[in-house]
Design a protein around this ligand. Sequence first.
Ligand SMILES: Cc1cc2nc3c(=O)[nH]c(=O)nc-3n(C[C@H](O)[C@H](O)[C@H](O)COP(=O)(O)OP(=O)(O)OC[C@H]3O[C@@H](n4cnc5c(N)ncnc54)[C@H](O)[C@@H]3O)c2cc1C
Length: 276
Amino acid sequence: MSGWSEVHGLSVAEKVVLSAGAYGSPAILQRSGIGDPADLRAAGIAPLVDLPGVGRNLHDHPIVELEFAGSERLRQLLVESASARFTPEEQTLGKLRSSRATGPYDLHLFPVAAHPLSLLAGRVLLVVAAMEPRSRGWLRVAGADPEAEPVIEHGYLSDPEGSDRAVLAEGIERARELAATEPLRALIGDEIPPSLDHAIEQIHAHYYHPVGTCAMGAEADPLAVCDGAGRVRGIEGVVVADCSLMPVVPRANTNLPAVIVGERIADALLAGERGE
Ligand SMILES: Cc1cc2nc3c(=O)[nH]c(=O)nc-3n(C[C@H](O)[C@H](O)[C@H](O)COP(=O)(O)OP(=O)(O)OC[C@H]3O[C@@H](n4cnc5c(N)ncnc54)[C@H](O)[C@@H]3O)c2cc1C
């Protein structure tokens, strides 16, 4: 908040920076009457600003976890490394190109080998993540109560061309090739069902990287919520600075990109204060 104004005897912030994340920020805007007017009315909220993109375009990297039996040798190595105060549960990451990749890679592949006493209770996983997801979901508040959780439909693997499913299937194939290669094979052991053919249906999950629900974009884009400086369209003084601003999820884990969004929006705000 950069300053305060007096309105009807109340101090009102001239600028509000919204940074409640890809689930929290669109929910706060919707509760404030900013969003798709039909959805807002259905939730009993009076529409103030018509911005149908608020809460839409929700996406994340879908993942599949292949589980393996592990081996006595692997358990022994994990216990030994933990006693040396080193817990290498996730230390390597492969980047792969499926036949549908548009850039240098569109798959992450990483092993998770958990210490027997960790939260994962000794599970051994090979995780496959689709890094250019095409599927989109949405988020809507059911009412103005700030304590109530929003309704969230992620829409994982729902893209009409079945692209996310196909990319994950290719990733699974590559993961299984790797798992059958020594010395990994002897360490991680046999794959544990669910049945191989239905692995995607049964065990797809996400990478904890939700984005896109207050997306920045060109003025001509009817679903763009914010401009290039994170300013919410149609209202003065509200700026978004979190992963909800990303129109497309980066082909990467989102923590560092989130920090960069914060830094870029802070720079833009400071430049505005200086009148640049
Ligand atoms: C379990 C987990 C593991 C992850 N691991 C990694 C990793 O290894 N590497 C990586 O790069 N990324 C990782 N991520 C992703 C990364 O943490 C996020 O992309 C990043 O934190 C998003 O930043 P953000 O500012 O958009 O939102 P957040 O970090 O979610 O910040 C939003 C904040 O707003 C608060 N908030 C929400 N609603 C309200 C409200 N109504 N009023 C007040 N406050 C509110 C929330 O409590 C939260 O503190 C992980 C995420 C999770 C959940």
